[in-house]
Design a binder for this molecule. Structure first.
Ligand SMILES: CC(C)(COP(=O)(O)OP(=O)(O)OC[C@H]1O[C@@H](n2cnc3c(N)ncnc32)[C@H](O)[C@@H]1OP(=O)(O)O)[C@@H](O)C(=O)NCCC(=O)NCCS
Length: 185
């Protein structure tokens, strides 16, 4: 398996690029916001939590072969980091991976998450040569379900109590998209 480098990508309003140590403050701003992590297994993050997270995602850039990409999503207009969108290879043989994302609350509801996730799918299919990309979300996380549907993913399952999150069993919707279903438009 060869390691694929993530080259910065531009969409209409965004730049997707590798994360940097200087992204700490922007990542901590949303990571420490309790509303952002309501449906997530982590957070709200302390500065130490954000430091550990940033260290681990920066280390991905040196993994060989590389399976994990946590990509900074930057608003072209202001050059500010508004969130992170990720893609992870879960199986080399069946060419499968999954995506995830998290954004600063100030920028929700503007279509940025969908715009970036679409570009991440493109990277997954065109550069990582994946066959199937999946994502899961809490059924209560309507915004996330909508993002996955807007980028062409199909809901293929409802996983019952497959996560133990904050001491409670949690269901997930399972979404996926296959390489032949992906459209560049
Ligand atoms: C999930 C998340 C990325 C969505 O971001 P966003 O900026 O709202 O996404 P977009 O604007 O691209 O699109 C989301 C769509 O869902 C809608 N939406 C967002 N929140 C909603 C809610 N609570 N109820 C109903 N619709 C909602 C938006 O209006 C938009 O719909 P539209 O295109 O028809 O207007 C963002 O809320 C977030 O970062 N949440 C915290 C982290 C998280 O939950 N990550 C996902 C884990 S599975």
């Amino acid at each position: 398996m060869i390691t694929i480098i993530f080259e910065a990508v531009e969409t209409k309003r965004l730049v997707l690029r590798e994360c940097r140590p200087a992204d700490f403050n922007a990542i901590h701003e949303y990571g420490s916001d309790p509303e952002v992590s309501i449906y997530l297994p982590w957070g709200p993050n302390s500065e130490a939590d954000t430091g550990n997270y940033l260290d681990s995602i920066l280390s991905y850039q040196f993994h060989n072969p590389r399976k994990d990409y946590e990509i900074a999503i930057v608003l072209k207009e202001t050059d500010l980091l508004i969130g992170v969108c990720s893609i992870h290879i879960t199986n080399d043989k069946t060419r499968e991976g999954f995506i995830g994302y998290c954004y600063n609350r100030q920028y929700w509801g503007k279509g940025y998450a969908s715009e970036a996730a679409k570009a991440i799918l493109e990277f997954g299919f065109m550069k990582l040569n994946l066959h199937r990309i999946f994502a899961t979300c809490d059924p209560k996380n309507v915004g996330s379900s909508k993002v996955l549907e807007k980028i062409g993913m199909k809901r293929e399952g409802h996983l019952r109590e497959h996560k133990l999150q904050r001491g409670k069993w949690r269901d997930s919707y399972l979404y996926s998209i296959l390489e032949h279903e992906f459209s560049h438009k």
